[in-house]
Design a protein around this ligand. Structure first.
Ligand code: SAM
Length: 230
């Protein structure tokens, strides 16, 4: 599959069946099955860890944050609420529309702290203090991930925070991801990435790892890495 094919499929998925599925998982409604609830809880742990790291630094209101592949704003909205200036974007028009709707109802007077746009992360070009990209790389193969991480590094003045499904859990994850993406026509492939490869790419781009975390529930696996410019 070419890089364009992967992206076209991912975009189509997150504007249709993927949008419905993930909006439900990332939402608060009870209209989720056990697997989706487990993923919701796992994903929330990843989001909470990132917010905890950023709040511990004590400078949220002074920094600009790029949330690349922001989905429905699960991270962007609380960061904007905490006073950060957040530039969030996503490949899917539907995800961004949902994020805008949520931001309007949840942010009140702070709504201007969050800018939301429909954009492929590889076409982003401004520079930000901190660039964050959560649970996006799972949709792309290794060659493309190298290019994507390098591009995200070029946007980050100080820090890049990434999460991805680690290769270590390959068998169990592949089996389980199969149940989130059933049927070839609705499917995006799930790609797993060895942490050592991701760290190598970060180092090649002049970054070194500062903090790491792992979220592991029954059906959700995500390794989180914070790297800063050397
Ligand atoms: N980061 C969000 C979060 O953790 O709540 C959403 C994660 S969701 C599993 C993956 C998101 O990545 C989808 O909203 C999808 O549209 C977006 N995405 C995939 N490829 C992208 C790309 N090349 N550029 C921007 N967004 C992308």
């Amino acid at each position: 599959m070419t890089a364009t094919d992967d992206k076209t499929i991912v975009k189509e998925y997150f504007n249709t069946t993927g949008f419905d599925r993930w909006r439900r998982i990332y939402g608060i409604s009870n209209d989720v099955n056990k697997v989706q609830l487990d993923i919701r809880n796992g994903h929330q742990q990843t989001v909470d860890t990132v917010i905890g790291w950023l709040q511990a630094d004590g400078n949220l209101s002074e920094i600009s944050i790029c949330d690349a592949g922001c989905g429905v704003g699960s991270l962007s909205i609380p960061l904007a609420q905490a006073g950060a200036r957040v530039y969030a974007s996503d490949l899917s028009e539907m995800m961004v529309a949902e994020a805008k709707e949520k931001a309007r109802s949840e942010l009140g007077d702070l709504v201007n702290n969050l800018t939301l746009t429909v954009q492929d992360l590889e076409t982003l070009s401004d520079r930000y203090h901190t660039v964050i990209c959560l649970d996006v790389l799972i949709h792309y193969p290794q060659e493309q991930v190298e290019q994507m991480i390098s591009h995200l590094c070029s946007l980050a003045q100080t820090r890049l925070i990434l999460s991805f499904a680690p290769k270590t859990f390959a068998l169990s994850l592949l089996k389980k991801v199969g149940s989130f993406f059933p049927g070839a026509s609705k499917a995006t492939r799930a790609y797993l990435h060895p942490a050592s490869e991701v760290i190598k790419i970060l180092e090649k781009n002049g970054f070194s790892v500062q903090r790491q975390a792992m979220t592991k529930t029954r059906f959700y696996f995500s390794r989180l890495i914070e790297a800063t410019r050397k």
